[in-house]
Design a protein. Sequence first.
Length: 398
Amino acid sequence: MKRYGIHRIVKAARSSSFGRLFAVWAVLVAFTGCIREPELHLPGGADAELSFPFVALQLDAYWDYELAYGIQYDWRSEWYYGWDEKDLEIFGEIGYVEPTVFNLRRYYTGSEPYAPHTSVLSNTVKGNTFQGRYNWGFWDILVWNDVYTLDGVQSLNFEESTSLESVTAYTNQTMVSSRYNAPKYTRAFYPPEPLFSAYEQAIEIRQDLEGFEFDAERNVYVKKLGMVLRPITYIYLTQVILYHNGGRVVGVEGTANLSGMARSVVLNTGVSGEDAITVNYNTRLKSGCNVKDGQADIIGGRLLTFGICNQNGNKIQKAEDVIDNVPHYIDLTMQFNNGMDSTFVFDVSRQIRSRWKGGVITIELDMDTIPTPHRKGGSAFDAVVKDFEDGGTREFEM
């Protein structure tokens, strides 16, 4: 007769005074209502309860870059666009929102740790508790959040490999043409929704309860395991500051594109895919924003990406460790007060590499140096363009 254990996983966040909320979660393997002597017998098996934390990651804590030795990154000091009720309606919350529903994958490898996965148990966890059943031996566990969107339309897709060794998340192409990463991908992709994952291998459930501690208050034996739910989609806040605009730019097309970002991510490892794509996202023009030198009009936006290709942004400690040979451009179309429009392209490679897991991307334009176009050209992506062309596309080195 097989023996089974009761497995409880509880991950409790720990935060410092600076809001560092991604400490090690406590994973508890708990045997309820039992004593060590006599030997535990559970004929026919027993339920297992898993409990997950409500993930809450503050941008102040997550964007903990060090700009220079001893100088920490303060994104709020350079973010002039702000965030009002209209931005909430268009973009949602400026930061991460803690999920309340999780997807769970459990892989039993028997007496062999790190063995290939031959079967999987799939469950959806509503709230923060789950009940199931565990055999004695080794288990691998993968957890990621279920997706919530403002309009109920989800961009993320999930592909589970036939070998059951990994789960990959990706998005599909839009109908928007892509200037960069073509011809492989001639259209831009939808941005992903906020995605968190955690993966732990070789979780051992021993019959002799070695490694367990007794919790007298709850009358359970517990075993702590390090397991961390981290974001694997990265938030970028983009702002194009228009100095001395004087009402010349009166609107934007409503979307922009950021190129050179990864097309996918593996949930088990957090490593992004090798294919570079362009991500399409929403933008808005806001007038009279307070900036460091007075006031200016700003074109702002918020997007999520899978990050830089072939990287796990959570494991990189400094910009020098970023491996990235793909250029990154932002292109957007501005509408002028004479009814004409023009597409502007900005090289933001340096900023992306120094903000490898998200942050503020700032572009500054002195509109006194930008001639007003006299023909439409915003939708034309010419192979060769000139700076300050009368209409068409304008490219800028940042």
